[in-house]
Write a protein that binds this ligand. Structure first.
Ligand SMILES: Cc1ncc(COP(=O)(O)O)c(C=O)c1O
Length: 202
């Protein structure tokens, strides 16, 4: 059995480091380099680097097919995608978000003059607690943004029921959840829309 570790075992406290080189957050796994470079060469050969080039279209199409959704739109990052989705849904006033998420969920609202209202999470799942969401609804609430924290699906059905009962828009910050499923269906198919992030930590 592995012995218990204590703070004194940490390299920062003078113990030998656990890894031979520093591991920075967001260090990606580099896959098939040759296949990647071949595609980069195709991009360069196309001589179409901006304005919805063929590789972007292929990317969107393949993601949409993979998830089984009608539309996939590539954006420069998850934060901007959240902002645009929020605007596209016409959210305003107050929008309920989980009290535990990455700050971009709230920023995407706040930067557009919308008040993020933080509802408690379920300590067992770290996702929105539907009862807490109900408690935070006011006459100014226009929507709910569920987050699939750590890739674990939020309580989608319960949140959809609340949204339907109160005439609210429901969308998901699925930044962590590419490849996750809910009741056998790919995340990406739920609510009015879902937003993924391809930042290296995802
Ligand atoms: C929950 C959550 N939402 C949104 C984002 C923003 O994604 P991006 O880094 O692609 O802008 C992140 C990124 O860490 C995230 O963890």
């Amino acid at each position: 059995m592995k012995s218990m570790r204590s703070p004194a075992d940490l390299a920062i406290n003078g113990s030998p480091p656990a890894f031979s080189e520093p591991l920075h957050v967001g260090r990606p796994n580099i896959g098939d380099r040759e296949a990647f470079l071949a595609r980069v060469n195709r991009i360069l050969d196309n001589q179409w680097l901006t304005n919805n080039g063929p590789m972007v279209q292929e990317f969107e199409q393949r993601i949409a097919t993979h998830l089984g959704v009608k539309h996939c739109i590539a954006m420069c990052n998850g934060t901007i995608a959240l902002e645009i989705a929020i605007r596209a849904l016409g959210l305003e006033g107050e929008v309920i978000v989980p009290s535990w998420t990455f700050v971009a969920t709230a920023h995407a609202l706040y930067w557009q003059g919308i008040t993020p209202v933080f509802a408690d999470i379920d300590p067992a799942t770290h996702n929105l607690d539907p009862d807490a969401v109900r408690r935070m609804i006011t006459p100014r609430t226009t929507g709910i943004i569920g987050v699939h924290l750590w890739g674990r699906a939020a309580p989608i059905d319960e949140l959809q029921t609340i949204a339907d009962e109160h005439g609210l828009k429901l969308m998901f910050d699925a930044a962590h959840a590419f490849g996750s499923t809910y009741r056998g269906q790919s995340i990406g198919r739920f609510g009015a829309c879902e937003v993924f992030s391809f930042h290296a930590t995802k």
